[in-house]
Design a protein around this ligand. Structure first.
Ligand code: BEZ
Length: 182
């Protein structure tokens, strides 16, 4: 059986697996939050970065990209992603609505729940921005993760004040007068 996979973080701008098609999709009842610690991708154990997870939020929604994965490659694709996202994420089956058509499907979504060992939770915007501006890991700077996510959401015409406010706050910290980046 072909499977839908919903991306709301790096999978939006860097789906590094084969897929048959992609469609903008919405997850009702969830919001995207920079509340998950990353000590293996955008930080290190002594200085974990912050990456996105999903929080159940009545009346809210999270927009992202759904990918249809061929039945023949699904097992490898999901076990590779399980390995890559082993730092607290689990696969969940959730209902996705396609944004450009009135259809919904059940898709797989990686969620880092509050009870995982790397969960950081909410913090004031300035504190999160300080942390993100200071962190980097094997996958690159934590600030670039925020910038790439914000740019991808903008390209898709998705709004997400949590991401855009954080982007502005992190940019303030990483851009020197004269425009060069730290
Ligand atoms: C995503 O882009 O959907 C994603 C977020 C966290 C872990 C794995 C994937």
């Amino acid at each position: 059986m072909h499977r839908w996979l919903f991306g709301y973080g790096s999978l939006i701008w860097r789906p590094d697996f084969a897929y048959l098609e992609q469609r903008p999709a919405r997850l009702h009842g969830w919001s995207r939050r920079f509340w998950q610690g990353s000590h293996d991708h955008r930080g290190v154990p002594e200085q974990p970065g912050r990456v996105v997870t999903l929080m159940e939020t009545v009346g809210s929604y999270c927009d992202g990209m759904a990918y249809l994965v061929d039945a023949r490659t699904a097992e490898t694709t999901f076990s590779d992603l399980d390995h890559r996202e082993k730092n607290g994420y689990e696969r969940h089956e959730l209902e996705l609505s396609f944004i450009e058509e009135p259809t919904s499907v059940v898709g797989l979504v990686y969620v880092a729940r509050q009870d995982n060992h790397a969960f950081l939770g909410a913090a004031p915007l300035d504190e999160m921005a300080d942390q993100i501006a200071a962190c980097a890991g094997p996958s690159g700077r934590n600030s670039d993760y925020v910038f790439e996510l914000a740019a991808a959401l903008r390209r898709l015409d998705f709004d997400d004040p949590h991401v855009f406010e954080l982007e502005t706050a992190v940019r303030r910290r990483t851009t020197q007068i004269g425009g060069s980046s730290l």
